[in-house]
Design a protein around this ligand. Structure first.
Ligand code: PGA
Length: 246
């Protein structure tokens, strides 16, 4: 069983989550620029960019650069004010989605039930899913057993054998706060998750130019999901280069 599930990562993965940043114009320039950079530097790592829904387009990108959505509803179309569905994603051939991000769970109030419906819908359509998990500060402070219990509950209704799944462990208290988890904490949680689930596992939470090399050298860290520090193109390029060298 373990053997069947085993997935080996040839190159570390790097993903940028734009959240509510950049305009349509600056997103287009950013993606075009990164695209040429990957080509010129012969970078083979998988690179993901998640722009705002208003900035989606038919980007002509190199094979290893994928543009995805930060969110979409689990429908093709219909009456879901403020949401987009696959009718809008298909227009731009988007086939990658971020699901379960902590800002959607904790700020927008998405429940595990809704998240699993979304997951199963996009799984049935073969989307690449970056699925985020992570505990808030009070859970971390309660201890390792509580933290793992909290994380396992975020897998309710989630098919962990799905072939197009990438996981991202992002402790809520480390997102956008400048507080990166301690290396030993990342190592501990990643080892526990990997023992149960053999899927590519990214780390996210205040990753930046100064700490990405250290984060990438932690065992069982297959790449990073970066918010704040990735919105500046020069910083993102520096982090891609460091990722290439790892
Ligand atoms: P951050 O965000 O890098 O700004 O902490 C990470 C994320 O939310 O994916």
């Amino acid at each position: 069983m373990q053997e069947e599930m085993k997935q080996t990562i040839e190159h570390k993965i790097i993903a940028s989550n734009f959240k509510t940043n950049h305009t349509r114009k600056s997103t287009g320039d950013f993606i075009e620029n990164i695209n040429s950079f990957l080509d010129e530097e012969d970078i083979k790592n998988e690179v993901y960019i998640f722009p705002t829904a208003t900035s989606l387009d038919n980007f002509d990108t190199v094979k290893n650069l994928e543009v995805g959505v930060q969110n979409a509803y689990f429908v093709q179309n219909g009456s879901f004010t403020g949401e987009i569905g696959t009718q809008q994603l298909d227009e731009f051939e988007i086939k990658t989605i971020l699901i379960g991000h902590s800002e959607r769970r904790h700020i927008l109030g998405e429940t595990q039930k809704e998240i699993s419906l979304k997951y199963n819908f996009y799984k049935s359509l073969g989307y690449k899913i970056i699925y985020c998990i992570g505990e808030p500060l009070e859970v971390k402070e309660a201890g390792l057993t509580e933290t793992l219990g909290y994380i396992w509950e975020q897998f309710d209704g989630i098919d962990l054998n799905y072939e197009n799944l990438i996981l991202a462990y992002e402790p809520v208290w480390a997102i956008g706060t400048g507080v990166v988890a301690k290396i030993e904490d990342i190592a501990k949680i990643h080892r526990k998750i990997k023992k149960k689930i053999n899927k590519p596992l990214l780390y996210g939470g205040s990753v930046k130019v100064d700490n990405i090399a250290e984060v990438l050298s932690v065992p069982n860290v297959d790449g990073t999901l970066i918010g704040t520090a990735s919105w500046d193109i020069d910083n993102f390029k520096k982090m891609i280069k460091i990722t290439k060298e790892k």
